[in-house]
Design a protein around this ligand. Structure first.
Ligand code: ADP
Length: 219
């Protein structure tokens, strides 16, 4: 089953002389459970793509189906709900709220959504993440827990290795891989680092807003 289907996606910023075609007719599908790395030089359109997939930006043209729903047709309210329920967005792992404990951070999206916390699911997630002894701690230690608690259709990670040393970045990618394997969690990670891309199931290379390479590395 394809958890994500992107059809003829384009994004143009500005008009006339200052027009920038950040995405130019991009199409691809991602099956559920795939670990995808999107790679490309600075300015190639990676962040634009990630923001559109995450429902924080809208395309100029094209469609994005997440788990069967075309998110490009949603209004602001529906899009906000979609973001909260279907997307786990990890921006360089900074999206944890520092004054809340790890447990509070993980359950916050559910509480905002007026949902009861499913304890069994929470506990199994905590096990998978190895966070049993850290729930009461502040998230000064890295954790992608909050992004995962909602069972997101897609976990999006933006340059998770951007400003970490290589040992830390390896650990984070391994953690993402663990979520991916244990929960069949679809992961899309944007990276400059070709070594990370080669550890993914699939590598999509973007240049000038176009896909220039799309390679399955492992099934
Ligand atoms: P990457 O993430 O690969 O570095 P971006 O998606 O950030 O690339 O940018 C793609 C292109 O779109 C670049 O030329 C960038 O300058 C341009 N761009 C991105 N965001 C905006 C914006 N808000 N307004 C105008 N141009 C933008």
């Amino acid at each position: 089953m394809d958890i994500l289907k992107i059809e003829h996606l384009s994004k143009i910023y500005g008009k006339g002389d200052t027009e920038v075609r950040a995405l130019d007719d991009v199409s691809f599908t991602v099956p559920k459970g795939q670990f995808v790395a999107i790679i490309g030089p600075s300015g190639s359109g990676k962040s634009t793509l990630l923001h559109i997939l995450g429902g924080v930006d809208t395309p100029t043209d094209g469609h994005v189906y997440v788990d069967g729903t075309d998110i490009t047709t949603l209004d602001e309210t529906a899009l906000a709900i979609f973001r909260r329920r279907q997307i786990g967005l990890i921006y360089q792992f900074y999206n944890l709220i520092p004054i809340l404990t790890v447990e509070e951070n993980m359950t916050l999206p559910l509480l905002l959504d007026d949902k009861k916390v499913d304890r069994a699911h929470f506990d199994s997630l905590v096990q998978v993440l190895g966070l049993q002894h850290r729930l009461g701690h502040l998230p000064s230690e890295l954790s992608g827990g909050r992004a995962l608690m909602n069972n997101p259709a897609i976990l999006l990670a933006d340059e998770p290795t951007g400003n970490l040393d290589s040992k830390n970045s390896k650990e984070i990618v391994e953690l993402l891989r663990q979520f991916n394997k244990a929960l069949n969690q679809t992961v899309i990670i944007i990276t400059h680092d070709e070594r990370i891309a080669l550890d993914a199931d699939r590598m999509i290379a973007v240049e000038d807003g176009k896909i220039v390479k799309d390679e399955v590395i492992r099934q």
